[in-house]
Design a protein around this ligand. Structure first.
Ligand code: B12
Length: 221
């Protein structure tokens, strides 16, 4: 198969949720020395975007979304070490979780991989993380940054609930707060009082590094 055929195959098979085929194609692509980033950005992510569009139009339902998500997650397991393995030193500690009421984790996991690849130590709390769990884990791990991920307009208000909980516990100034997820915007992030927002994983890495640099400059001034 040519690289173009493999990318098209990955897109089509993710769309129909054919996990075993997506894994085979991922392995075949790597055997041909194709870039892991290309598989992600030229096939897997566009395919999930199409899944979302079809769901919105009523052409796909939750089961289709689920098997497509699983097919992508299977490929991510193979790509993960390749995306993260850049051998850089730890630049900071990042605590990440999907907010309470929300089970979407593919975007969050991708952000984690990119952060690890950029040298962050990442502590992943998983999905459906309640405010009190975030608080307890922040106390335990003392991260530089905490990231809240939400994929539903109905769970985005948990950002504010989490930030309020941090404030109430007197911990808001201890940690940089970043938010993200498909429906989140810069305006929404500003409105809830987050320190940073990014639309994608590479943007998150850039923003996290910039916020950390600012904070360290402030502390040493
Ligand atoms: C796969 C999927 C599912 C799977 C999730 C599997 C999983 N393990 O994640 C399942 C089937 C479980 C699911 C369930 C539901 N889903 Co759904 N799902 C999707 C789908 C198709 C893909 C999401 C995804 O993973 N995309 C891939 C990643 C890579 O996306 P991304 O946004 O580019 O991620 C980047 C950024 O968001 C950012 N980012 C993410 N997190 C963070 C965190 C920080 C701190 C930062 C800085 C950045 C950041 O970086 C990421 C990487 O670049 C989307 C449609 C879509 N295209 O978004 C709908 C979608 C999110 N789901 C939707 C809905 C409605 C639901 C359900 C309510 C359906 C139902 N009726 O039951 C349930 C809710 C379940 C729950 N309580 O959470 C709607 C949400 C609408 C809305 N605006 O609220 C969407 C948008 C579909 C649609 N078009 O209507 N879903």
């Amino acid at each position: 198969m040519t690289p173009e055929e493999i990318l098209k195959g990955l897109y089509d098979e993710t769309l129909v949720g054919n996990g075993p085929k997506v894994l085979d194609l991922t392995q075949e692509a790597l055997g041909l020395d194709m870039e892991p980033q290309s598989l992600l950005f030229d096939a897997l992510i566009p395919s999930l975007e199409e899944v979302g569009a079809r769901f919105e139009r009523g052409d796909f339902f939750v089961p289709e979304m689920l098997i497509a998500g699983r097919a992508m997650a299977g490929a991510m397991e193979v790509l993960r070490p390749l995306l993260a393995d850049t051998g850089v030193e730890t630049v900071g500690k990042f605590l990440m979780g999907t907010v309470k009421g929300d089970v979407h984790d593919i975007g969050k996991n991708l952000v984690n991989i990119m952060l690890e690849g950029a040298g962050f130590e990442v502590i992943d709390l998983g999905v459906q993380v309640a405010p009190e769990t975030f608080l307890a884990k922040i106390e335990e791990h003392q991260p530089d940054i905490v990231g809240f991920s939400a994929f539903l307009t109905t769970t985005m208000p948990m950002f504010k609930a989490n930030i309020n909980a941090l404030q109430k516990a007197g911990m808001r100034d201890e940690v940089i707060v970043m938010v993200g997820g498909a429906p989140v915007t810069q305006e929404y992030a500003d409105a809830v009082g987050a320190d940073g927002y990014a639309a994608d994983a590479s943007g998150c890495v850039r923003k996290a590094k910039a916020l950390l640099k600012e904070k360290r400059a402030r502390v040493s001034a």
